[in-house]
Design a protein around this ligand. Structure first.
Ligand code: 5GP
Ligand code: ZN
Length: 114
């Protein structure tokens, strides 16, 4: 809910529309959008709509909803090969302190051009 957003958080601002994003899928819990600095075409992020820093802080039901969206996006990319990446804490390369799952397609010669 809006009461659980953090004013200084860039991903909370994206959920609120205060920073533009290319939205892919939105549910009651989850919001997904293209990564601004993609590692491959279609690299996207799936986040909870309220502010939570780390993955283990998410209630199971919300984690499940976020993963369902990640799965939906992975299927939609049509990529046979992809990585799901999820960093927690600075040492583990988390740069934005709002939980996010990366969906990173790994294009192969047999994937359709888009
Ligand atoms: P982390 O290293 O925290 O796992 O990944 C953070 C990701 O957020 C990076 O891939 C980065 O490109 C992405 N990112 C950071 N700021 C923005 C933004 O303002 N908009 C979008 N769409 N992605 C962002
Ligand atoms: Zn946030």
């Amino acid at each position: 809910s809006a009461s659980k957003t953090l004013a200084s958080c860039i991903f909370c601002k994206i959920v609120k529309g205060e920073i533009p994003s290319f939205k892919l899928v939105e549910t009651e819990t989850a919001y997904s959008f293209l990564d601004i600095n993609p590692l491959s075409k279609g690299h996207s992020l799936v986040i909870p709509k309220y502010h939570t820093e780390k993955m283990h802080e998410l209630p199971d039901e919300e984690l499940a909803d976020i993963l369902r969206v990640a799965k939906q996006i992975a299927i939609a990319t049509g990529a046979e090969n992809y990585n799901i990446l999820q960093n927690n804490g600075r040492i583990a390369h988390q740069e934005v302190d709002h939980v996010h799952f990366h969906v990173i397609p790994k294009p192969s010669a047999t994937d359709a051009e888009g």
